[in-house]
Design a protein around this ligand. Structure first.
Ligand SMILES: [Zn+2]
Length: 407
């Protein structure tokens, strides 16, 4: 997502209008799939997938001869390139494409949202008319957005369309900075003035306990049927149900919390600082691989919804490398030691504080060091006692309007 640009997909079922339209669409999708496969076959043995302009030279005239429009051709080799990259990354074998699906450029379709009429330009200059099956309420939202691409697929004779919309967001001038630290069991946010004074501190609980309860059920079932659970339908289903509950609880939480955090950010007119998703992996240290995967998945959902909700409110979102933010002393920069129940202590300067609050403060430092605030912040001197960072964590959480940098 580019800065200030929101992208969303509207996914709906569609009905072909004319009697020939379904057949023509399926024919087009087959042709399209075979063309992608053709490009994949040609490129598979190459060590490196050529650039888009080379691909254009290699395939343009050949694919045009098959009856595709110019923009179809481009979509075909771009898609083939993505397929090859994905398969090679997974150490896979050469893919055999089966699904009937195509991405279609804005030059090759016409969409009238009001009447839900979609006209696709397919091969040999033919057209297919589709009617989108969706409610007025769902469409209402996108009246102010522009659409730039669609994906169409046929599954078991049903037609599905995804319309990709985008909207440019005008940023409001920020007054404060909000940092957010996401953990599996809580989300902590801190709001600072541009000179680094703490204005607000808040912690939200996540439904970790509920999620773990379902996880324990799954493990119990798997233990009881340790040899057979994969093969008994009822057992497999029970496991699946618990898995679905876990996902829906986490989704639900991500949405609610994302919304609440972004609301606060909106009221404070904050620049929102989040952890850079690409560095998240280092931080995840759970026991089993299941917990690792689950928490990683949860972080991503959480950070995505916060970022998205903030953008929708016209707030800028910045991503900061979070490495060591939860293990570095904000006063002297030494490594912090764990002194139990999420409290960290600095062996060098004696600083103690809540783990999540420290992470929030360090995110702010990281950002200011990269010039994000315009002015570099000075970390508090070792003999200072920032009241917000001392004592038990609940004390720290209750107080607002704490000056972190008394001098
Ligand atoms: Zn220290």
């Amino acid at each position: 997502m580019r800065e200030g640009e929101l992208v969303e997909a509207l996914k709906v079922r569609a009905l072909p209008e004319g009697s020939d339209d379904h057949g023509a669409l399926v024919e087009f999708l087959r042709l399209y799939r075979d063309a992608v496969q053709f490009v994949v076959n040609k490129l598979w043995s190459l060590d490196k997938v050529p650039s888009i302009s080379t691909l254009h030279g290699m395939f343009y005239s050949e694919l045009r001869k098959l009856g595709f429009r110019a923009h179809h051709v481009k979509q075909i080799y771009v898609y083939a390139k993505a397929v090859i990259k994905a398969c090679k990354r997974n150490n896979g074998r050469k893919p055999v494409l089966r699904r009937l699906t195509a991405r279609i450029d804005k030059y090759d379709y016409k969409l009238d949202l009001e009447s839900r009429a979609l006209i696709l330009k397919i091969h040999e200059n033919r057209e297919v008319k589709l009617r989108l099956l969706t409610s007025t309420e769902r469409i209402e939202k996108y009246k102010e957005w522009s659409n730039y691409e669609i994906a169409v697929k046929v599954v078991e004779n049903e037609v599905y369309v995804a319309v990709y919309f985008k909207k440019t967001v005008k940023f409001r001038k920020p007054r404060t900075v909000m940092t957010v630290d996401v953990n599996f069991d809580n989300v902590t946010l801190a709001v600072f003035t541009s000179s680094g004074e703490l204005l607000k501190l808040k912690r939200f609980k996540t439904p970790l306990r509920k999620i773990l309860t379902h996880r324990i059920w799954i493990e119990r079932i798997q233990r009881r049927y340790s040899r057979s659970w994969r093969f008994i339908r009822g057992v497999r289903r029970a496991i699946k149900r618990h898995g679905e509950r876990i996902r829906s609880i986490a989704w639900d939480c991500a949405h609610k919390l994302g919304d609440r955090v972004a609301k606060i950010a909106g009221r404070c007119r904050a620049v929102v600082l989040l952890e850079d998703l690409n560095h998240l992996r280092d931080r995840v240290n759970g026991g089993s691989s299941f917990n690792k995967k689950l928490s990683l998945w949860f972080y991503r959902k959480m950070l995505f919804t916060i970022g998205y909700e903030a953008l929708e409110r016209g707030l800028a979102v910045r991503y900061v490398n979070p490495s060591k933010t939860s293990s570095t002393c904000p006063k002297c920069g030494s490594k912090l030691e764990d002194s139990g129940s999420r409290v960290l202590r600095c062996g060098r300067c004696g600083f103690t504080g809540d783990r999540d609050v420290i992470a929030c403060v360090n995110l702010l430092y990281m950002y200011s060091r990269c010039g994000g605030l315009g002015v570099p912040l000075n970390a508090p001197k070792p003999d200072e006692n920032p009241s917000g960072m001392r004592g038990k964590r609940d004390e720290a959480m209750k107080s607002t309007n704490i000056n972190l940098y008394q001098s």
